[in-house]
Design a protein around this ligand. Sequence first.
Ligand SMILES: [Zn+2]
Length: 100
Amino acid sequence: MKMLKIVTIVVLIAGGAAAPGSAVAADAKNEKSGKPYPLKTCVVSGEAFGTGGMKTYVFIHEGQEVKLCCKSCLKDFRKNPAKYLKKIKAAEAEAKVGKK
Ligand SMILES: [Zn+2]
């Protein structure tokens, strides 16, 4: 009787670890890696990263990675994300031309 119980538990664990769980994990990974941020400075303040002991704040906005010099710049970004995304796109286009 004891043996039967163990077999049942093993089957339940094996069944629970099947495919759907790993598909969800893959989606979460995609969510975290957007298009790379093209600027070397904060798109909001124009400050270089890592100055004055500020911690660089990185997040993904609509599939675009955005880096800010500090978390307080996030407030400004949220006020007008379209304006800053336009700046990022322009910098991205410029970077492509520069590479050739
Ligand atoms: Zn900042």
